[in-house]
Design a protein around this ligand. Structure first.
Ligand code: GRF
Length: 214
């Protein structure tokens, strides 16, 4: 049976677009990725921020697009867990087999991590285990890479566990840091690699999930 995918986003959604385009061109079709692939489809998209462009991308592609904001009335300690539980309910409702964090800024916690262990992937714009962890997102990542004088950077797709950016690495794509690079120029080149990496990682995950089934 085809793998239903739930994609979580917070912003522009260019990585979501890469997934939508890949699905359209048959990259996730049964038997296309490899002989044993059951195929995959984006079942729904959830944003933790209202009005972001990613939601529009989903709707234009005919994919259900939902917004689930963190409840700021709750104490911080409960906020993540409560949002995670709402997302878990949506994942169940859409019978998601794979949850993809494609530029999703909230941190998942609790039951969803256990129920979906090995089936949640995250995209990070650096070569983990370096330059990850709490607060390491957006331009801060690239600024830190530049300040450290790194010769290369890139992106990582990893499985999500209880930590922040700590789960097992599925794949990485590297780029060279050029003299004169800024956080913006670095982010832009890494972004292009992310669009390839996220599709490759999903193809790989669809295959792995099928293997597990057998
Ligand atoms: C990506 O750079 C990703 O690594 C980071 O957020 C960005 C999302 O970009 N976590 P987009 O919304 O997919 O365009």
């Amino acid at each position: 049976m085809s793998v239903n995918m739930l994609v979580l986003v917070s912003g522009n959604g260019s990585n979501l677009q890469a997934l939508i385009d890949a699905e359209k061109t048959g990259r996730f079709s049964a038997g296309r990725a490899n002989n044993y692939s059951p195929g995959g489809r984006i079942a729904a998209v959830v944003s933790d921020r209202p009005g972001v462009y990613a939601l529009q991308r989903a709707r234009s592609a005919g994919i259900p697009a939902l917004t689930e904001e963190p409840d700021r009335g709750l104490p911080k300690t409960e906020r993540r867990g409560e949002l995670s539980f709402r997302i878990l309910r949506i994942a169940r409702e859409y019978q998601a087999g794979l949850v993809i964090l494609a530029g999703f800024l909230s941190i998942l916690q609790g039951e969803i991590l256990r129920e979906y262990e090995g089936r949640i992937i995250n995209l990070h714009p650096a070569l983990l285990p370096k330059y990850g962890g709490p607060g390491m997102y957006g331009s801060r990542v690239h600024e830190t890479v530049l300040a450290a004088g790194e010769k290369e950077s890139g992106c990582t797709i990893h499985l999500v566990d209880e930590g922040t950016d700590t789960g097992p690495v599925l794949l990485q794509r590297k780029i060279l840091v050029h003299p004169g690079d800024t956080a913006e120029s670095l982010a832009e080149r890494i972004h292009r690699e992310e669009h390839i990496a996220i599709v490759e990682a999903v193809v790989l995950m669809i295959f792995k999930l099928k293997e597990k089934e057998n």
